[in-house]
Ligand binder design. Structure first.
Ligand code: AMP
Ligand code: MG
Length: 640
């Protein structure tokens, strides 16, 4: 079959998501039973009802430190006229005293200790005073006061946990308190295999052209969240034989096998063929985007599912189709909300076909996660997915929508888009809030703000007029205010032994530049322009003499790493990372790093917190060297 035929085959066989769900519903996985020690049972699904074999507490016990008494003896007690009782002994927790209380007597008793025969109340020590062998009771006690009766918490024979309950900290506490040390759980072993010649295991060296295997770990964590047991088989090369062998092993050992990668119709993408050869293909390709390339098959009774390689797609497909299958098979439900109702924070245009669209959730509002990158950045920005139907052409801002969450997500307080800066990390630490920070450079920050896609844009744009304001005015932004931030030293970054001393030395030296759209790159351009004028040439001519000018690292740290590792000789950026990485920093200029904040949210507590932190002493003193606050820090300019 040639490539075209393959693509046609795939296209013809695309299954609608409804149909996909009903196909998946026909799959039944039967978990096995396994007995686990209590300490290993967290997050598992209980396979049996649990009845208590004992009463908890197993005896009447005192819930206070005080004196065991006969309630009747204390009825007339007041502070003015205390009742005098004879102290005849004491009982500690964990002991059986054998003592019996008679009329007119009291026995000292500790919290948790068994109530002695003859006593029906405990007077708190605070409501007594003592006097040579006697105690004075200052308040009347009623029957059963401060006594926890046998079985009051859990009664012998009572069902304490139900079959199919998810075992969490509370359940483990209950099981332990009735003396159970082992439980039988439903074990659903899910084998996880990542495919691709380009994959490298996290923790090892990343070679040229390689990427780290994200799917093994992200999918395993998702499987575990569902209450099943992931078994990671690691990375398999793009070699049909090797893949087939590992899949065979996983099929032997697991109740379900999930692979990722190699599912599209591209050259070398062979998963659909392997699944077809080993068993029965139920579907290949779901007509949704992203994540169309998925293969679902069964080998004997064991589902063998080829997830897409792209990590966001893999998680989307897992959450939409595989997680429900696991919950169903375990006969349990998710431990957290997997779907929440939110509202569109911005408009999203659809292509007139069903799409699964990765989105970020910011304070209950839905924003598209960057779908163009098709890489892990989308995953870092996405909290879940929304489903857009064929009929929908446009989802307007404010429209309510269901979001299927990528697991148990932490809510985001503020979304930053713009130039990367360690000052933002410090603000996040000091405010105690959870930021989503998307480092795309100042110009993306500006455009995100113009499209109301960011709460805050961090920008550093040099112009010929006032810092940042000139750039903002040139795009006539009306929905935001400018908050002056801080100053940052910008300069050349070189290795300690380098003989580069100034911009004049740049020609002939290998540069690691920042990404286009970054304010730092624009600042270097401005400096190079000035240098060109000084040298009587043009910037275009000048940059031809600087190899690496066209490179584009996305962060300051990445620039420093390129210099450290010898990939480049010189970079341009801020001081902090240069210093922490033991590089030389040659200061050239000082710039202004400011914040644009969406006008609509100026009064929300999160922004108030941000502004007061920006103006705080802790922020000023916490900034790394080369970044400093000044008299304009925190100043608000609202007529921009
Ligand atoms: P494939 O379908 O194998 O061509 O994979 C699609 C994309 O996902 C490619 O860019 C792969 O490099 C990427 N990819 C595949 N598997 C993984 C993985 N385990 N972790 C991260 N990215 C992956
Ligand atoms: Mg691949």
């Amino acid at each position: 079959m040639n490539l075209l035929e393959r693509e046609q085959k795939e296209f013809r066989e695309l299954t609608s998501s409804e149909e996909a769900r009903s196909i998946i519903n026909t799959i039944k996985i039967r978990p096995v039973l396994k007995t686990l020690q209590l300490e290993h049972a967290n997050n598992r699904i209980l396979a049996e009802d649990i009845f208590s074999g004992i009463d908890v507490p197993a005896f009447d016990r005192s819930v206070k430190d005080g004196f065991a008494v006969k309630a009747q003896d204390t009825y007339t007690a007041t502070e003015m006229e205390p009742v005098v009782l004879m102290n005849v002994g004491s009982i500690a927790a964990g002991c059986l005293s054998g003592l019996t209380l008679g009329p007119g007597e009291a026995i000292e008793i500790a919290t948790g200790a068994p109530i002695p025969e003859g006593s029906d109340a405990v007077v708190m020590v605070e409501h007594t005073t003592s006097e040579t062998g006697n105690i004075l009771v200052l308040r009347a006690a009623h029957i059963n006061e401060n006594i926890m009766r046998t079985g009051a918490d859990i009664m012998k024979g009572e069902r304490v946990l139900r079959k199919n309950a998810r075992i969490g900290p509370r359940e483990i506490g209950v099981l332990a308190s009735i003396g159970i040390s082992k439980v039988t759980v439903k074990e659903l072993n899910v084998g996880i295999i990542s495919t691709g010649d380009e994959l490298v295991q996290p923790g090892s060296e990343l070679g040229a052209g390689k990427i780290y295997d994200a799917n093994s770990y992200a999918v395993a964590a998702s499987v575990e969240e569902c209450g099943a047991h992931p078994i990671i088989y690691g990375i398999v090369k793009d070699d049909e034989r090797a893949m087939s062998d590992v899949i065979d092993r996983a099929l032997q050992e697991c109740n379900m096998v999930l692979t990722s990668g190699s599912t599209s119709a591209g050259v070398g993408d062979v998963m659909y063929k392997i699944i077809d050869e080993k068993g029965r293909t139920l579907l290949h390709g779901i007509s949704i985007k992203p994540g169309k390339p998925v293969v679902i098959g069964v080998v004997g009774d064991t589902p063998l599912i080829g997830l897409p390689g792209n990590p966001t797609s893999a998680l989307s497909i897992f959450n939409e189709f595989i997680a429900p299958l696991i919950y169903d098979s375990l006969e349990t439900t998710p431990p957290f909300k997997t779907k929440i109702r939110a509202v569109m924070g911005t408009g999203i245009r659809s292509e007139g076909r069903k799409e699964l669209f990765p989105v970020g959730l910011i304070r209950g509002r839905v924003y598209p996660a960057d779908k163009t990158s098709g890489a892990i950045t989308t995953l870092a920005e996405a909290d879940g997915i929304i489903e857009i139907s064929e009929e929908t052409e446009y989802l307007e801002p404010g429209k309510p929508i269901d979001v299927t969450l990528f697991g148990n997500i932490t809510p985001v307080d503020l979304m930053f888009v713009g130039g990367q800066c360690p000052g933002i990390d410090l603000l996040e630490d000091l405010t105690g809030m959870n930021f989503r920070v998307i480092n795309m450079g100042s110009s993306r920050g500006l455009s995100a703000m113009a499209g109301s896609m960011a709460d805050v844009a961090g920008i550093n744009v040099a112009g010929h007029g006032e810092y940042n304001l000139e750039a903002i005015r040139s795009i006539s932004l009306h929905n935001a205010v400018l908050v002056k931030g801080y100053r940052r030293e910008q300069g050349l970054i070189v290795r300690l032994e380098s003989n580069i001393k100034s911009l004049d030395d740049l020609p002939g030296k290998k540069l690691v530049n920042r990404n286009r759209g970054s304010g730092t790159r624009a600042l270097l351009d401005k400096l190079l322009e000035e240098l060109a004028v000084k040298k009587g040439t043009t910037k275009t001519e000048l940059i031809k003499t600087i190899p690496g000018y066209n490179s584009g690292s996305r962060t300051h740290r990445a620039v420093c790493e390129a210099i450290s590792s010898g990939k480049a000789e010189v970079g341009f950026g801020i001081r902090p990372f240069a210093e922490t990485m033991g590089l030389k920093f040659i200061p050239l200029t000082v710039e202004e790093y400011d914040f644009l904040i969406n006008k609509e949210i100026m009064d929300i507590p999160q922004v108030k917190n941000l502004l007061s932190t920006l103006r705080s002493h802790d922020f000023t003193t916490g900034l790394p060297s080369g970044i400093f606050t000044y008299d304009r820090t925190g100043e608000i300019i609202d007529d921009i």
